[in-house]
Design a protein around this ligand. Sequence first.
Ligand code: NAG
Ligand code: NAG
Ligand code: NAG
Ligand code: NAG
Ligand code: NAG
Ligand code: NAG
Ligand code: NAG
Length: 357
Amino acid sequence: MIVLRLVFLSLLCFSSLPRVLAHGYLASFGVSNGQSYTNYTGNAPAADPNPSVIRQVSDISPVKGVSNPDLNCGLNAQFAQKVADIQAGDLLVFDWRGGDNTNWPHNTGPMLTYMTSCGDSGCTQYNSSLSKWFKIAEIGIVENGTSGNSPVWAQQSVMNGAFTNVTLPSTLAPGNYLIRHEIIALHLATSLNGMEFYPACVQVQVSGNGTGIAADNETVLLPGVGGYSYKETDPGLYDPDVYSSNVYVFPGPPIAAFVSSSSSSSSSSPTSSATPPTSSGSSSTSAGSSAQNVCKLQRRLVTSASNSSSQRRRSAKRALLRPTETHNQRTNLLQGIWTDLLSAFKTLNLGPVFASN
Ligand SMILES: *[C@@H]1O[C@H](CO)[C@@H](O)[C@H](O)[C@H]1NC(C)=O
Ligand SMILES: *[C@@H]1O[C@H](CO)[C@@H](O)[C@H](O)[C@H]1NC(C)=O
Ligand SMILES: *[C@@H]1O[C@H](CO)[C@@H](O)[C@H](O)[C@H]1NC(C)=O
Ligand SMILES: *[C@@H]1O[C@H](CO)[C@@H](O)[C@H](O)[C@H]1NC(C)=O
Ligand SMILES: *[C@@H]1O[C@H](CO)[C@@H](O)[C@H](O)[C@H]1NC(C)=O
Ligand SMILES: *[C@@H]1O[C@H](CO)[C@@H](O)[C@H](O)[C@H]1NC(C)=O
Ligand SMILES: *[C@@H]1O[C@H](CO)[C@@H](O)[C@H](O)[C@H]1NC(C)=O
């Protein structure tokens, strides 16, 4: 009943919006070493590609399903022609966009960064489908710096137009690597398999004097089976409480141990910039807290959270009804349902009916 009403509402609210609003891709990648900044442009999905360091995907739609081979580097990801020369310790900047260069459309769920070695022959022809990936960073719920201590998904600032920054561990051993930056959108994760994966792979050659490598038991196949591989019932992928809880359990392995011995500047903390790449106005700071702060925040929230199920149900209901705080989440939920309807129609070959939107 409620679901039907939401679908109806979504038809009302979004039928006049172009379908490019939904979903997205990694549009560009930046590297800062403190002195200089290099900007590497990507290719829009399915566009005629220019040489790039970002592996091009075929569509802005999400990868669905934990055993989908496209979980590796994105939908039908292609080898890229170039490689970014970077140094251990550099700041990596990820620029996620919605289709048609709009802002990234989702605000619920974590962002994770993995790497894998391409070996001596480099990344331009390296097929990573059977690679072992290690994690260098992850970020979920953080404190909103501009609004007291209110918890917010770090992904919200991407929706607000910001970049997502990750520090490459200064201890990382030099070599050829793929960097896999992944947004997981959880706006539909209250249903099993509702989660949406957006992985993107960047080809790099890392220089430096580090010796850090991941241990075998810190790695994961993407997709894989058992161990740290993604499972549809992982609490961070199937999350009935996603709109009412401030506790989040990341999927995949822990961050590789060598990362934490990285020098000074926050080894593993992705941050978000206050510089909207597209739109004017509203500066969106925040989210700059380190992984440790996130853990602290989560612990605090765990401590204060009530755990009787009736209380949880009540707060879930409150979350659905509270107009301001959950406006974006509901908008996002409706958008999600709308795009899922669109893909269903596309599958039925009714696409042209909607193409004129
Ligand atoms: C790279 O440059 C383009 C064009 O100016 C800009 O839109 C994009 O945000 C930049 N990307 C990064 C990661 O700096
Ligand atoms: C990598 O190998 C898999 C499995 O053989 C294949 O499906 C995929 O297309 C390959 N990727 C690239 C970029 O060639
Ligand atoms: C932080 O809170 C402000 C004011 O409520 C809001 O406008 C902004 O979008 C929030 N920032 C993030 C990243 O959620
Ligand atoms: C590696 O060490 C050499 C010599 O100590 C130094 O010149 C160089 O800057 C270091 N490279 C990096 C990336 O730290
Ligand atoms: C990996 O194995 C080492 C040595 O047995 C152990 O100390 C470490 O905790 C393990 N790490 C993980 C993530 O399981
Ligand atoms: C992220 O990196 C960009 C480019 O260097 C920078 O403009 C921005 O301030 C950074 N954001 C944070 C929070 O460090
Ligand atoms: C919540 O869980 C903790 C640990 O299991 C337990 O000690 C506590 O009594 C529970 N609180 C409520 C309100 O059920």
